[in-house]
Write a protein that binds this ligand. Sequence first.
Ligand code: UDP
Length: 340
Amino acid sequence: MGGGVELTLQTVTQELARRGHKICVVGPVGSHIDGVPVVEVPGALQTTAQTQARDLPVVMPHRSVLAAMWDYARQVQDQYDVLFNIAYDWLPFYLTPFLQTPVAHFVSMGSLLDVVDDAVVQTLERYPGTVGMYTATQAETFGLGDRCRCLGSGVDLTRYTVGDRPEDWLVWLGRLSPEKGLEDAVAAAHISGVPLKIFGRLEDAAYWEQIQRDYPEAPVEYGGFLTTTEQLQSVVRRSRALVMTPRWVEAFGNVAIEALACGVPVIAYRRGGPSEIVRDGQTGWLVEPDSVAGLVEAIARLDQLDRRACRQQAEAEYSLTALGDRFEAWFQDLVTRYGR
Ligand code: UDP
């Protein structure tokens, strides 16, 4: 559906398959992933957690795809060492004690719903080591401090070319949805006069229309959803910087490491995942959260950053090898502790 989870899943499975592991991805009908077999399961999707109030109960839709996928996993679990859950859903946590094969839960979002949070914490208490997160600040939103395994994310660096001759515009990448705070990036473009190109899935059309009404003069342009990494990197690498303005505690922010892979610095609020990724003053600027003035100031200081340092950081921390090592060690640990 064009979010960061899809990219993380692609990257992890691609690298583990390359290392010789047998992998099968189970996903809703229409799912595709390069180089790994996919079992496509029919059924209705869950409502996304970020659109719901914190105290709502879990709702299972009629003919739930989530339930069907875990029923499939139950049936084939004997053939695998580990079941890998990459999501923020209640059901797989609840089902864990009923399964014989260990489940590695990689939580894809920060705390949003009480009922899911409880399931995450209870699973961790019952099965230490089985809960992974993108970042420490994400784990902190569950009050879990350093009790989770922080695995970050990664990208196939061969798919991203460094752009050393940037053009005079900024880029914003992400779902057009209130938690992503696009209006602040638009406001900063308006004040600084530096154009902003926006790409991503139009998740909330009314939200985007409101931003256009609020900033009719801003030098911004929405270019739609870039469907492939090739398209995305060919745009990003020509920009002066990626601007990230999330309102929520972003669990990670895959777009940040995609920009770094292109040698593009990142201006981001000092909040959530991006605050752990960006090296302030080297590979980007971290800005006081929700401060448009701070964004404008950071844009004015972009020339102080070295684009080579951005690519170097991506190579050191977010390569396929670095990511594969982290996930392989985690899965190995679970097999040792809980394997049959
Ligand atoms: N993305 C994309 N096309 C676009 C804009 C974004 O494919 O036009 C992808 C991008 O590659 C990244 C994801 O959308 O993998 C956004 O992930 P991120 O972790 O930044 O945020 P999330 O959507 O998971 O909250």
